[in-house]
Design a binder for this molecule. Structure first.
Ligand SMILES: Nc1ncnc2c1ncn2[C@@H]1O[C@H](COP(=O)(O)OP(=O)(O)OP(=O)(O)O)[C@@H](O)[C@H]1O
Ligand SMILES: [Mg+2]
Length: 254
């Protein structure tokens, strides 16, 4: 479904993604791990075509994704309809007067009739526990509720590729468990970033890891990576420190 070939991305002169190549097949659930600043959000923005590779190539369903592809109306419409990104900060995604309008926004933009829009909004609001809040202004919601709303706004469009940037960051354990179950129910391809090691295994079955040097340092089964302490230490995902009084070491993840 997607393929990256030797992709580099730089903000000004700072390389943030370095020589990244991988393919993702339709229906895969992929987890993206990496420490703060390793480039997870940048990679997800690139997959959502908000930014384009400085070098290398990105293909979506065999078509090259670059600035000029978006001049083609059909490509633009298909890509924007099929590929959806949940931002790390849900607040930047919410700007409508009510939760209902927020969820209806993209459907209305795409020309859905109000009746069909209402049906979809009510279905997803119910699934996300947002029905009692449909008339509320989004800014009055708690951060966790905003995160759920931002995701619901994407799902009303039934995306084919769902990109989630730390979707559980503001959720309590119960909502996190609920979200994990929901993600496995969705028929789409999903790439989820996190630095929560204990959650990684639940969010997917394949793992991509960005290293501190912004290269892809692992692509494979999640279990194998999580049981390899040296790999975790190399990725900076495990912290080893000396016991203050006993002279030994202990490690902990994030
Ligand atoms: N708009 C920008 N302009 C300049 N530099 C940026 C911009 N966005 C990100 N960066 C830089 O790119 C690097 C990677 O940032 P990115 O947000 O992709 O990391 P991340 O892995 O998502 O981190 P986190 O876990 O903190 O969310 C960082 O060094 C950051 O300072
Ligand atoms: Mg990030």
């Amino acid at each position: 479904m997607i393929e990256l070939r030797e992709v580099y991305y730089s903000y000004d002169h700072n390389i943030t993604l370095k020589n990244i190549s991988f393919k993702v097949r339709e229906g895969e659930k992929v987890v993206l791990l990496g420490i703060n600043g390793s480039g997870k959000s940048t990679l997800l923005k690139l997959l959502n075509a908000l930014i384009f590779p400085t070098e290398g190539a990105y293909y979506y369903k065999g078509e090259r994704v670059e600035e000029k592809s978006f001049k083609n109306k059909d490509f633009r419409r298909t890509f924007r309809r099929e590929v959806a990104l949940l931002f790390q900060n849900p607040e930047v995604m919410l700007f409508n007067p009510t939760v209902y309008d927020e969820m209806a926004f993209s459907l209305r933009q795409l020309g859905f009739r109000e009746e069909e829009t209402r049906e979809k909004v009510e279905y997803w609001a119910d699934k996300f526990g947002l029905s009692p809040l449909l008339k509320s202004p989004p800014f009055e919601l708690s951060l966790g509720q905003k995160q759920r709303l931002a995701l619901a706004c994407l799902l009303v469009l039934s995306p084919k590729l769902l990109l989630l940037d730390e979707p559980t960051a503001h959720l309590d354990p119960k909502s996190t468990g609920w979200l994990v179950d929901l993600l496995w129910e969705l028929p789409c391809t999903i790439i989820t970033s996190t630095h929560n090691l204990s959650l990684a295994e639940e969010l997917g079955d394949r793992l991509l890891v960005l290293g501190q040097d912004h290269t892809l340092i692992y692509d494979g089964r999640i279990e194998d990576f999580l049981r390899d302490e040296e790999k975790l230490l190399k990725a900076g995902l495990l912290h080893r420190h000396r016991y203050r009084d006993k002279g030994g070491y202990h490690t902990h993840g994030f």
